[in-house]
Design a protein around this ligand. Structure first.
Ligand code: SAH
Length: 343
């Protein structure tokens, strides 16, 4: 992206109209539809007159990250490492579910949250991604794989609530009837638990699904795993406010780490904390990253843990291990290249 140029794919039809005051109003709508399809060159906008295409090229840029690497797992999960315009590498994962295809996308290059088990935070935060770069991961993944996308999860590299303005713009673009027209109900946002961010998100009144990466029900363990922990009880209060404001049940993610947070007493603690709240617990198998020496829990322990939590009322699921052999955990592919910037 060149300094001073507008990122066209992040513009609403109204903003495009303001950029093109000399063109008839309907042209902005045409341009918007092309941009939301993820065109990679102005020449692809075949129903626009050449002078208008040239005018657009002078005003702004297209967001067209290149797929630098792609890995396919036996279960059909695909992982794509994108090279952004400034060389930064970010990852998306394309997952096939019975109810449709979902793309897991990155919201930042790097991450500043410092979670002890996560590969994305090694090297810290480089920069926020733009709404256009988030959209390009959706349209780009659909094009690379050759299949439509019906859901989005913001669970790739980065902390979406640390980049909420761009995330909000992205979710609104995604929902636009002249664009991909994907309801926010088909979008899940996963956070490590930034309380201000959860409150701001609640105030936006977007009906997306909030997933909170809880990973421990006691503060001692949670702070060890997630140094930014604001305190489990303050976090659950924010989740209750989110439910009150939006009516959307909150999902809690819990990575099971052997002998760290997977004992039955921890499961009962978690179950008691969430008892009575409209909550869903998603147990995530740990994908070893080599960081912190953590190991995944044994399968029988996962079953015991799930049953103990469920005995207190919350619904509990165990995430299927999609794409395990392709290092599908956040940030792994990017780190594997040995550097953040990819060629
Ligand atoms: N920053 C946000 C979203 C990105 S991480 C968040 O913290 O929720 C998406 C999910 O993957 C989080 O629950 C995160 O804790 C989890 N995760 C990170 N590294 C992982 C690993 N190696 N194996 C399994 N899950 C991991």
């Amino acid at each position: 992206m060149t300094e001073g140029q507008v990122e066209l794919a992040a513009c609403t039809p109204e903003e495009l109209r303001a950029l093109l005051p000399e063109a008839p109003a309907y042209r902005a709508g045409q341009v918007f539809r092309w941009l939301q399809k993820g065109v990679r060159a102005f020449d692809e906008m075949t129903d626009l007159p050449l002078p208008l295409r040239e005018r657009l090229a002078a005003l702004g840029c297209l967001t067209a990250p290149r797929a630098a690497r792609r890995q396919t797992a036996r279960d059909g999960t695909e992982k794509i490492l994108w090279r952004l315009s400034d060389g930064q590498g970010v990852e998306s994962v394309f997952m096939r579910y019975r109810h449709g295809n979902t793309v897991c996308l990155s919201t930042q290059a790097g991450c500043r949250q410092g979670c002890a088990f996560c590969a994305s935070t090694v090297g810290g935060l480089i920069r926020n991604l733009t709404a256009g770069e988030m959209l390009a991961q959706v349209t780009g993944a659909a094009r690379e794989v050759g299949a439509p996308v019906s859901g989005v999860v913001l669970m790739g590299i980065g902390e979406p609530l640390d980049n909420l303005d761009e995330v909000e713009r992205f979710v609104r673009l995604l929902a636009h009837p002249d664009g991909l027209h994907m309801s926010p109900r088909r979008v899940s946002l996963s956070t490590c638990g930034l309380i201000d961010g959860i409150d701001r998100l609640a105030a936006l009144a977007l009906p997306l699904t909030l997933s909170v990466s809880l990973h421990a029900a006691d503060d001692e363990t949670r702070t060890r795993l997630m140094p930014g922990n604001p305190g489990v009880s303050a976090l659950l209060d924010a989740c209750r406010r989110y439910f009150k404001a939006t009516g959307r049940r909150v999902s809690y993610e819990y990575i099971l780490l052997r002998d760290v947070n997977d004992t039955e007493d921890r499961a009962h603690l978690l179950g008691r904390l969430l008892a009575g709240a409209p909550a869903h617990v998603n147990l995530i198998p740990y994908n070893p990253t080599g960081r912190g020496g953590f190991q995944p829990s044994r399968p029988d322990q996962v079953r015991r843990f799930a049953a103990a939590v469920a005995s207190h009322g919350p619904s509990v699921t165990s995430r299927r291990r999609l794409g395990q052999e392709i290092d599908a955990a956040c940030g792994q592919l990017r780190r594997q290249t040995g550097q953040n910037v990819v060629q």
